[in-house]
Design a protein around this ligand. Structure first.
Ligand code: CA
Length: 401
């Protein structure tokens, strides 16, 4: 594996094989683009002499397309490498633009266009079906034929670290009861992977090759108010139980950094229609970790997802709907087959009936005010190493209304 001259970086999961992109600022300075290397961020505009990186979002760079993404990544890897003949000159040129992470604030990396959330875990969909429709078939008849999804609210996608105010909404206290307007009593998380669109499609066109359109991935926490959701979701799906906030990691990991994580998708039965047939392995071997107040409560395995992200994009555009630079679509809650692999408290605590015990002696059915949830993930990198995706974290604030 290529090593770097950046002090300490080779000992972190943010090596030259990773290089996620983000938007950062220092106090009193405008926000601009950088890549993370070790515990530093490299300020890209002065290093690459390119004003596209001097703006407050990655959208301009994402719109340039796959060749530009690859060329920029290769150039950065060369400039940061320890084993080139130009290492002294490169180091002298770049070092003034290498900023310790502790000095910067991270911002939403992308100006989000449309936001879609899928529902691609067989185990998650089955668990939710059992809880929300007891006695019925856990999966709807369509589930194995298409990646089910809905349009979410892009304006409330927030960067990791943004506090989450407990939402209020209409809910019923007990089945058959009258609705009340109150803060949610069932505030939950959903650990998901999000896909950031770079190259757009035209109206009436279907997206082609997944990697031509999708630039990279973010970690997503799709905060959910289960009591509001359960009362409102029939027949048109999630609405106010989801739209109050969706958190994403500050770092966007390029697909190219995930080359070693690519695996064949999970076997599908029945065989999907032709437009959903997989042509390349886009299952991703990511290990996710969900921590509640510092205690790991789940380790969802992304590679067990039933629908792969290339299938999600094919489905998203099969009707001719266009996608734009900066659009985001998320996988849906990542839940594995084991109870320790469930990506929501709804499933971990079985709708609050089996509270999870924390190391400080407390237990939780759903989130309480002051709770902090942090989702992290790692993936295989070159030569047996592992790379990390940027974390997504958030702390619950009380509803003061
Ligand atoms: Ca979700």
């Amino acid at each position: 594996m290529t090593s770097t001259w950046v002090p300490g970086a080779d000992a972190t999961p943010y090596t030259v094989a990773n290089l996620p992109y983000g938007i950062f600022s220092r106090p009193g300075e405008p926000a601009r683009a950088g890549v993370r290397i070790g515990d530093h961020v490299l300020d890209l505009a002065p290093v690459l002499h390119d004003e596209v990186f001097a703006t407050g979002s990655l959208n301009g760079f994402l719109a340039r397309g796959r060749t530009a993404w690859r060329d920029t990544r290769r150039l950065l890897q060369r400039l940061l490498a320890a084993d080139t003949r130009e290492v002294s000159a490169n180091r002298a040129a770049l070092e003034p633009h290498l900023i310790p992470l502790r000095q910067v604030r991270l911002h939403l990396p992308v100006e989000i266009g449309d936001y879609v959330d899928f529902y691609c875990s067989l185990e998650h969909a089955s668990n939710v079906g059992r809880m929300f429709r007891p006695g019925g078939e856990p999966l709807m008849p369509n589930w194995r034929h298409l990646p089910v999804g809905y349009h979410g609210r892009s304006g409330t996608v927030v960067v990791s670290g943004t506090p989450i105010v407990r939402p209020r909404g209409q809910r019923v206290e007990a089945p058959g009861g009258e609705p009340v307007l109150a803060p949610t009593a069932k505030l939950d998380i959903e650990a998901e992977l999000g896909f950031v669109l770079g190259t757009p499609t035209r109206l009436g066109e279907n997206a082609g090759d997944f990697a031509e359109h999708v630039f990279g991935v973010v970690l997503v926490n799709d905060w959910s108010a289960r009591d509001i959701q359960a009362w409102e979701y029939v027949p048109l799906g999630p609405f106010l139980g989801k739209s109050f906030a969706t958190s994403v990691s500050a770092w966007v990991t390029p697909l190219e950094a995930l080359a070693e994580a690519r695996v064949p998708g999970r076997a599908q039965d029945p065989e999907p229609l032709d437009y959903l047939r997989r042509s390349e392995p886009w299952g991703l071997d990511l290990t996710m970790e969900v921590a509640l107040n510092g205690d790991v409560v789940s380790t969802p395995p992304y590679q067990e997802m039933y629908w792969t992200p290339d299938q999600m994009l094919a489905h998203l555009t099969v009707n001719g709907a266009s996608v734009r630079t900066g659009d985001l679509y998320a996988s849906g809650t990542v839940s594995g087959a084991e109870p320790s692999q469930r990506g929501s408290l709804l499933e971990i605590t079985w709708n609050g009936t089996e509270p999870v015990k924390l190391s400080d002696g407390q237990s939780r059915g759903f989130l309480e005010d002051g709770d902090t949830v942090t989702i992290t993930a790692t993936a295989p990198g070159p030569g047996g190493t592992r790379i990390a995706l940027g974390e997504v974290t958030g702390t619950i604030l009380p509803n003061a209304r």
